[in-house]
Design a protein around this ligand. Structure first.
Ligand code: ZN
Length: 548
């Protein structure tokens, strides 16, 4: 029987699905393929290709391979798509719908070889319906299968073993061994990576973090210490380090589908590093390094002024001797009163801790989240690219103008030699052209010396600093902290017991962005502010203490 569905295009593509595990009732690869070839011969179809899809655990993987096969048949203008049976077609209702549309558009004929069934444009609705029912049943099958896998993994998690095949750096999955030490077919647990370098790398990351390094500083240090192969350096990102250091896995717990389980895996990070890193994790829990003996008085020395008279505030410790003979020193600051404007200094002594407490808040104000920092840096990169293009276009315009002026100068000379211009007229013409040329040249120089690139680098340093401001600040000595504050605050004034100050640009802008979240309109401003700063200062601050 020649049929209406055959059309003039006899080329066919067969899709064979085989399960990776031999399951009962599964028709083997070879059987499916043999029957398909026989079918093609019988029906007068020309089999162009056989695509074998080995079912994987991942539904999305199967779908990808399946979709690629369908797409290739369409692009190669293959009209006939062959399956062994219904359940070998779609296991997914979306794919089912897609194919139905293709069939109805007469772009595709679907054959089910075992049942000698053809689905084509002219097929009765009942045929499409049967196929739908079949697909729905398949979907249910997959659903059951998925549920079983999920159950098995959850029970593994409950037993204390991380169910994923991809444990974090420093760990690998190891097959469980039987009593004779032979690895079992099923069942794997998480063990320490035999590649010692991987374990050492995670340990080192934790260690550096515990020493107060920022994620970026850790990245540079780890690269510098040769842990990362050159070709992997670009993939080794601060974000990944942060993620790793926050992963409860290294503390003996793991997250599985939103639930945290206590794990049985061996720990590879020393517990004191874990404790320190955990304390560092939340910015709120950061405690300033205590001010040691000999580190008091750092806020004096001509920085904070008295709000009443404008004189500098000085350090004036008071030592009290108790009857027992013991002494205690109280660290006070007060107005120097050099201009003698205060009749008395009674009640004007402010404890040092009170000053620090208020100044520390300046650092809170400029601390930005990693998300915001990332957004800002990306947006700046973008605008920098645009700016570079604009400058290049403008420079080209000016160069063209310069060339036009040179032509004008030549022409004036021609006019002069031809007698059209008298010497005076020639001199005037030349003078005019040269003034114009000078003007264009200085515009050109201005563009070329505009170092947007350096401002961009500075801006990035500022963001990096602002993202880690609090931890950098608190881990430093009081004198470093004072320098940091001088960098971000201007004109601190002591009014009574209150320190008032302004944030310097661009930090004031950052603190405003922090408050209202509106950064898109402020980018240009930040960049301009950064152009006025010296990038070196920031890098210096970031570098200080990191290695010590
Ligand atoms: Zn005063």
């Amino acid at each position: 029987m020649t049929s209406e569905w055959l059309g003039s295009n006899r080329s066919a593509l067969a899709i064979i699905r085989v399960s990776s595990k031999r399951q009962e009732g599964n028709t083997s690869h070879e059987t499916q393929e043999n029957e398909i070839r026989a079918y093609c011969a019988r029906m007068g179809l020309k089999l162009i290709d056989v695509v074998r899809i080995v079912e994987s655990a991942k539904d999305s993987e199967d779908r990808k391979k399946y979709q690629a096969a369908i797409n290739s048949s369409l692009t190669r203008e293959i009209r006939h798509l062959l399956f062994y049976m219904y359940d070998r077609e779609a296991r997914n209702l979306t794919d089912n719908e897609k194919n139905e549309k293709l069939v109805k558009a007469d772009l595709l004929c679907i054959h089910y070889v075992r049942d000698s069934k053809v689905l084509h444009r002219g097929s009765p609705d009942s045929d499409f319906f049967i196929r739908d029912v079949q697909a729905a049943a398949n979907k249910q099958f997959v659903r059951n299968l998925t549920a079983k896998v999920v159950d098995a993994m959850r029970s593994k998690a409950e037993q204390g073993w991380y169910p994923s095949n991809n444990p974090p750096l420093g760990y690998v999955t190891v097959r469980i061994k039987d009593a004779n030490g032979r690895p079992l077919k099923r069942g794997a647990v998480v063990g320490v990576d035999p590649l010692e370098k991987n374990v050492r790398q995670v340990r080192r990351e934790f260690e550096l973090r515990a020493l107060g390094f920022s994620y970026e500083q850790i990245r540079l240090k780890i690269i510098g210490e040769g842990f990362i192969e050159p070709e992997r350096v670009s993939q080794y990102q601060a974000g990944a380090i942060e993620y790793r250091l926050k992963n409860p896995f290294y503390e003996g717990r793991f997250l599985w589908r939103g639930i945290e389980y206590p794990g049985l895996h061996e720990l590879i990070i020393p517990s004191h590093h874990i404790a320190t890193v955990r304390r560092l994790r939340s910015g709120l829990k950061l405690v300033p390094r205590p001010v040691g003996a000999g580190q008091h008085g750092m806020l004096a020395g001509g920085w904070i002024r008295c709000g009443e008279c404008g004189c500098f505030v000085v350090y004036d410790p008071k030592t009290k001797i108790y009857r027992s003979g013991e002494t205690a020193t109280f660290h006070y600051y007060r107005c120097s009163n050099r201009r003698r404007l205060h009749a008395s200094l009674r009640g004007m002594n402010i404890p040092e801790a009170k000053l620090w407490e208020q100044l520390d808040r300046a650092v809170d104000a400029i601390q930005i989240s990693p998300e915001l920092g990332g957004q800002l840096a990306r947006a700046l990169n973008e605008s920098y690219r645009e700016e570079t293009i604009r400058s290049a276009q403008k420079a080209q315009g000016l160069k063209d103008e310069l060339r036009a002026l040179e032509v004008r100068e030549d022409r004036a000379y021609d006019d002069y030699s031809a007698g059209v211009l008298d010497p005076d007229g020639y001199r005037r013409a030349i003078a005019r052209v040269r003034t114009l040329k000078q003007d264009v040249r200085s515009q050109l120089e201005a563009i070329q010396s505009l170092s947007t690139g350096r401002a961009l680098e500075t801006a990035k340093s500022v963001f990096e600093l602002a993202m880690h401001a609090k931890e950098l600040y608190l881990s430093r000595s009081p004198s470093d902290r004072r320098s940091f504050l001088e960098l971000i605050c201007s004109n601190p004034v002591l009014n009574g017991a209150t320190v008032e100050y302004n944030l310097k640009k661009p930090f004031s802008t950052l603190s405003e962005i922090n408050e209202n979240g509106e950064w898109r309109t402020r980018l240009g401003e930040v960049l301009t502010d950064c152009a006025g700063l010296q990038g070196g200062i920031f890098l210096g601050i970031q570098g200080t203490g990191a290695g010590s």
